[in-house]
Ligand binder design. Sequence first.
Ligand code: GPP
Ligand code: MG
Length: 305
Amino acid sequence: MTGYAHKLLLGGKGQPVTMTALTNNETRPVLRTAYQKSIAAYWNAERDPVNMRLGAVDGLYHHHYGIGDVDPSVWEGPEKTRDERVIVELHRLESAQSEYLLDHLDGVTPEDRLLDAGSGRGGTSFMANKKFGCQVDGVTISSTQVEFANNQAADRRVADKVKFHYRNMLDTGFESGSMRAIWTNETTMYVDLFEAFKEFSRLLKFGGRYVCITGCYNDLTGGRSKAVIQIDERYTCNVHARSEYFRALAANNLVPINVVDLTAATIPYWELRAKSTVATGVESAFLTAYREGSFHYLLIAADRT
Ligand code: GPP
Ligand code: MG
């Protein structure tokens, strides 16, 4: 039998915060492996200006990259305000990526419920709630991100509809068939795809939609390139092969309806970011991997059959 327990945990600023953690009859911890603990530690400590400054533009904090052409006017105008123009433009491209993902959630109504698996600081969840007017639940194994995103929900006055939970996307504890759609926005590189898609398949209603945006390595170019290894190292993640996605979807009754290669669409974002004051050093690895063809930026939309 499944149930929930309220646990008192220490939040990012050392403040006690109440969180909902999954339990079964015996209490099972959200973080089950040394790897999961190291991922949580990375995200609990993360405060990079590339995310915090971009998020401060309009209060939507993203943990993914951008798509679309860069407006060349960022380089025009007074030099004094150029930095701010670049920040606003990077943020616009990241929000455009979320919008593109959400455009692939078919026929969602205000009565539906959606799951953001690996919800970060909540940016895409808030956009989904605004677009569809429905309930959105986000799960993440970073307690700091849960606290941050729930504070955002309160500030945005949507806490009744948008809720973030300290839970593991591999074992969310939500009811079977309760979700109209699920998305992962650059989070599947942290999980075993067969385990994750098994859980998503359980949660989705028949005909429900799963949308994934991810970076994956190219089966045709001989395993992980040096640039892909640098990306893994930077984020403590494990980029999967393109083929692995389709194997794991097929094994879990998730049938692709759209596959879009967004590689060309994300390169302008990385070129702009590389020239910005918030570059972190990972930009050259992404640009090399995309340009040499060892890595793709992919959207996959699939239906639960
Ligand atoms: C999160 O974005 C990034 C990842 C989960 C890394 C893996 C993504 C791939 C496509 C391989 P972020 O916004 O926190 O990263 P950054 O701090 O670099 O902006
Ligand atoms: Mg970022």
